[in-house]
Design a protein around this ligand. Structure first.
Ligand SMILES: NC(=O)C1=CN([C@@H]2O[C@H](COP(=O)(O)OP(=O)(O)OC[C@H]3O[C@@H](n4cnc5c(N)ncnc54)[C@H](OP(=O)(O)O)[C@@H]3O)[C@@H](O)[C@H]2O)C=CC1
Ligand SMILES: CC(C)(CO)C(=O)C(=O)O
Length: 249
């Protein structure tokens, strides 16, 4: 496989999973359980496994299956896979955040963020909040891009109100679960603008005829709103529409 960016090219070789001090998990959320089963025989206490995935619930699945320290993470870098050519195209500057997914300071997270070299990254002590913040961005931006076949920038210019409303609902659900997410609508819009040229991961899935991560995004929001005071009509509608697209595959 080749990885290309405007300034560099790299060749990557895929191997069977091996024991490693730090493992970054970057599979789709619906593949996390299988990835955890693959990693279980090669991870030990003292190793660190970082979920750099979109969606909620990934860290809990990894933690349940592995003896390693599991960290949460978010990434807003854009990467588009050209499957036929085996090329990953670097599609937009972003930022990586790692931390204890339950919140609190983590020395392992500090070590991982420091080891990411040229990647813009930081360790945080409020990863529990950051995961909800990222959920609000993805729940707002990804379905709109996927349903309208628009890059992030076009989506926010054409349907910014839908993105804002969906992100606001996520903020309300997070509050019902005791997590204070601030300015989710603004974050969703700013992230989409900052990654304006990016084909979102969900739009890539739809274009390639692959299953989307809707269950771990808007689906998770709808489920988490059950039994609370939060009302989530935008998330419910987007989840239904994207699932309808998923069923056509
Ligand atoms: N692409 C982007 O711009 C962004 C993506 N993300 C998030 O990052 C995560 C990954 O997305 P993305 O890179 O686009 O996804 P891709 O589908 O491009 O890549 C996922 C890779 O994981 C491989 N894989 C699946 N299961 C296993 C397993 N058990 N063991 C080893 N490898 C496995 C897949 O292989 P195969 O194809 O053979 O199944 C595939 O190559 C998602 O959660 C996404 O939401 C976040 C921000 C931006
Ligand atoms: C931040 C964003 C929206 C960047 O495209 C992303 O996380 C994704 O594509 O899944």
């Amino acid at each position: 496989m080749r990885a290309e960016s405007p300034s560099s090219r790299a060749r990557l070789f895929s191997t069977q999973p091996r024991s490693a001090d730090v493992t970054l998990v970057t599979v789709k959320s619906y593949d996390t359980r299988t990835a955890a089963e693959t990693l279980a025989p090669v991870t030990r206490e003292g190793d660190t496994v970082v979920s750099l995935q979109n969606g909620m619930g990934n860290e809990e699945v990894l933690d349940g299956a592995l003896d390693a320290t599991v960290l949460g993470g978010t990434a807003t870098y854009g990467a588009n896979l050209r499957v036929d050519e085996g090329v990953v195209v670097y599609a937009g500057e972003g930022h990586v955040v790692v931390g204890d997914y339950g919140g609190g300071w983590s020395h392992e997270a500090e070590r991982v963020a420091g080891a990411l070299g040229g990647v813009s990254s930081e360790a945080t002590d409020d990863m529990d909040v950051r995961l909800w913040e990222k959920l609000a961005v993805n729940a707002g931006v990804n379905p709109v891009t996927a349903l309208t076949d628009a890059r992030n920038g076009e989506a926010v210019e054409g349907a910014g109100d839908v993105i804002r409303k969906t992100a606001r609902e996520v903020e309300e659900v997070a509050a019902e679960h005791g997590v204070e997410v601030e300015e989710a609508p603004r974050r969703a819009v700013e992230t989409a603008r900052a990654t304006e040229g990016n084909v979102s991961s969900m739009l890539q899935d739809v274009r390639e005829g692959r299953r989307t991560e809707i269950d771990a995004l808007n689906g998770y929001v709808v489920e988490s709103a059950e039994g609370t005071e939060a009302s989530v009509p935008a998330n419910r509608l987007l989840a239904r529409l994207v699932r309808a697209v998923d069923r056509t595959k």
